[in-house]
Design a protein around this ligand. Structure first.
Ligand SMILES: [Zn+2]
Length: 97
């Protein structure tokens, strides 16, 4: 399930190892908890979903207010749930005009 690889510099491990609902249809909300592999911490961490401004991987522009899984350990964006990828695609198109 999931995700969308967006990161400026570091390799991006966008794989959740578990989620609260246990199905691919899970829709996350702010404050939901999950676990994922954080590329900064280098291991599985607990995450909390929150709205973040996420940079495009090209480093040009930012997608505002994307629901993302944020590492509880280092505060970095660990993963973007599939439900957020539509917003990202729209923002990308808007950016290109
Ligand atoms: Zn981390």
């Amino acid at each position: 399930m999931l995700l969308y690889a967006i990161f400026v510099e570091k390799p991006f491990y966008a794989t959740f190892v578990e989620n609260s609902g246990g199905t691919d249809m899970t829709e996350y909300r702010e404050g939901d908890r999950s676990r994922a592999i954080c590329s900064v911490c280098g291991h599985i961490v607990s995450t909390t979903f929150a709205l973040r401004d996420v940079p495009f991987d090209a480093g040009i522009g930012v997608v505002p207010n994307v629901l993302a899984a944020v590492c509880d350990n280092c505060g970095g964006v660990v993963a973007i749930p599939a439900q957020s990828t539509n917003a990202i695609a729209r923002a990308h198109e808007a950016l290109r005009g």
